[in-house]
Design a protein around this ligand. Structure first.
Ligand code: ASP
Length: 605
């Protein structure tokens, strides 16, 4: 269409008198019998079009035009009469009087309103994602996403980073999740893995001398999905040579704010430098390694105060090795016993705590069902440790350090949100540092890397690698935003002896290491610079920046909670012939399933 095009959202009062051509979708229509008023929408906004069926050329019967039809309108822009001006709309002072109008495409009635941001069942939205994406909020989100990525690229390139694409069909890279596998046709029985991250390739780029690498990398992890997790996602992936933590922090404290501020996220610039908290402090003070630091409500240890108290639950637990910690809810005097023993105790129990104890500090002294078991001195001690004032409520949990942290950490997050303890527009982007190198898997009981096995350990802890691996601190760091982890990184191991000992700690012997990662270990034998890096979820950063609750609202074509794409119906069975070619056979039960004819596409929901 070679016609000069005016975008719907752009005409202003000063353009009155101009003739113009607009293209777009019918956002709203009002049929006044004689005249038809149409709001025509494109990605820039909407423009009111006035059609007089008597005089407008081309449109067979203008009264038939319906929502979401695609039109071309040629006409003259006129100022609206003062009483018809719509101050809420940027084009509200003008309207286009149609001289000619053409239907470029008629449309079925959309399955949900496109012209308003109403709640629509998610499956339906995803089934017709192209309609969902027409809605202004998602248009804004995806356009902002593009702008954010451009700014990231600009900032990184300015700092000397080189964008390098790494392969999508690879040998598995361990990031702790399940792999998506791709069967090989030429080598039946062999599989590529889709990358959980470009980790090993970016390290090889350092061996290759690129010095500073980045990629907006597409990664796939077969994990259970949550509101902030998708099976495929994009991460800002970087790696740098001849650096330590400070250099990585400094680079990211330039790059992320540059992009964030260019997008004007949350209306205020991102504070730099990002505050830092060690993993140990985060666990101790907030009960989590992803602390939401927008509010205090910190955990305090009261084990010593209650160790010999008459409250047997605490005293006995401490005697068995438990610790007791508390949070003081400011103004929590208004929490009823029913609130505490209901919802709040449920939250503690979900985190595996056996119970939740409470005390109110009232004008007349300490109250609550267990107050009578403590001496005045012990109560004063609890008050002093937690900083409780009259009108507050102290919540306490006795258990193993992990359970206490999980229970009070969850309560802290719940109470922070439920009691409005922070400004919702505030953004706290922080570093969490000095993660432990290993954790014990809850499922298998085995020692596994907390980050990945190429993460360097703290030099002071080398001696504990064999004797006390769980006490070894790593040189890994996360970025956490308002209580959500958005990215992790580390300084890497380049010393073959330490790498061997780290592998040994997680049960990978020399032979297995060579089989799985021999290519990396070999590359390191040819001159490897000290290096480190980081990767952060672009989708999660956008969620925070755009204040979206669901990661799917910042991704063009996301998967649903079952990792399906309702629009194309992926994943889908494949033909027997295709399986045969790949040397794959399915168990008979599955074979029947794949042979099931699918209902015609138009009938699927
Ligand atoms: N590869 C890591 C990840 O994707 C990030 C890193 O260590 O740079 O979590």
């Amino acid at each position: 269409m070679s016609t000069a095009r005016t975008f719907c959202g752009t005409p202003r009062a000063g353009d009155a008198g101009r003739t113009m051509t607009v293209f777009g979708w019918v956002d709203r229509r009002r049929d006044h019998g004689g005249l038809i008023f149409i709001d025509l929408r494109d990605h820039t906004g909407t423009l009111q079009v006035v059609i007089d069926p008597q005089t407008a050329r081309g449109l067979g019967n203008a009264h038939e035009v319906r929502l979401e039809w695609v039109l071309r309108v040629d006409g003259e822009l006129r100022a609206r009469a003062p009483q018809n001006v719509n101050p809420k709309r940027e084009t509200g002072e003008v309207e286009l009087h149609a001289a000619a109008c053409a239907v470029l495409s008629a449309a079925k009635t959309p399955p949900f309103p496109v012209n308003e941001d109403s709640e629509v069942e998610e499956q339906l939205r995803l089934r017709h994602r192209y309609l969902d994406l027409r809605r202004p909020r998602l248009q804004r989100n995806l356009r902002t996403r593009a702008a954010f990525c451009i700014e990231l690229r600009r900032a990184l390139t300015g700092l000397g980073f080189v964008e390098i694409e790494t392969p999508q069909m690879i040998r598995a890279t361990p990031e702790g999740a399940r792999d998506y596998l791709v069967p090989s046709r030429l080598f039946p029985g062999s599989f590529y893995a889709l990358p959980q991250s470009p980790q090993l390739y970016k390290q090889l780029c350092m061996v290759a001398g690129f010095d500073r690498y980045f990629q907006l990398a597409h990664c796939m992890r077969d994990e259970d999905l949550r509101a902030d997790r998708q099976p495929e996602f994009t991460q800002l992936d970087i790696e740098m040579s001849f650096v330590d933590e400070e250099d990585v922090f400094a680079a990211l404290e330039q790059v992320i704010p540059a992009a964030w501020n260019a997008c004007d996220f949350r209306g205020s610039p991102l504070p730099v430098p990002f505050p830092r908290v060690t993993w140990k402090d985060a666990m101790g003070r907030y009960g989590t390694d992803k602390p939401d630091t927008r509010f205090a409500l910190e955990l305090t240890d009261i084990t010593a105060t209650v160790r010999h108290s008459g409250f047997r639950v605490f005293a006995d637990a401490v005697a068995r090795g438990a610790i007791v910690k508390a949070i003081c809810v400011p103004g929590g005097g208004d929490l009823s016993r029913a609130d505490i023993e209901g919802r709040l105790t449920d939250i503690a129990r979900d985190a595996k705590a056996k119970g939740l104890a409470h005390l109110w500090k009232r004008a007349g002294g300490w109250e609550g069902p267990i107050a009578k078991f403590f001496t005045a001195e012990e109560l004063d001690g609890i008050g002093a440790a937690t900083g409780a004032n009259t009108g507050d409520c102290v919540l306490m949990v006795a258990d193993t350090p992990d359970t206490v942290a999980a229970a009070l950490g969850a309560l802290r997050n719940h109470l922070g949100a439920a009691r409005g303890l922070y400004d919702r527009d505030r953004v706290d982007m922080i570093w969490v540092t000095e993660f432990p190198m290993f954790t014990r898997s809850a499922e298998t009981g085995e020692v596994t890397p907390a980050h990945h096995p190429f993460t360097m350990i703290n030099a002071d802890d080398v001696g504990k690698l064999e004797s006390d691996p769980l006490a070894v601190r790593s040189r890994a760091y996360d970025i956490v935003v308002n209580g959500r982890e958005v990215g992790s990184g580390s300084i890497r191991i380049t010393d073959p002896d330490i790498q061997r000992r780290v592998f040994a700690a997680i049960g990978i012997d020399g032979e297995a290491a060579r089989r799985k990662f021999g290519f990396l270990l070999e590359a390191f034998e040819y001159g490897v610079p000290p290096h480190g890096g980081w990767a952060g979820g672009i989708d999660r950063m956008l969620m925070e920046g755009l204040a979206e609750e669901n990661i799917r609202d910042v991704i063009a074509f996301p998967k649903n909670q079952q990792a399906q794409e309702p629009m194309t119906d992926a994943p889908a069975p494949v033909d027997e012939a295709q399986l045969r070619e790949l040397g794959l056979t399915l168990p008979p039960s599955r074979r029947n399933e794949s042979a099931q004819p699918k209902p015609p596409f138009s009938e699927r929901r």
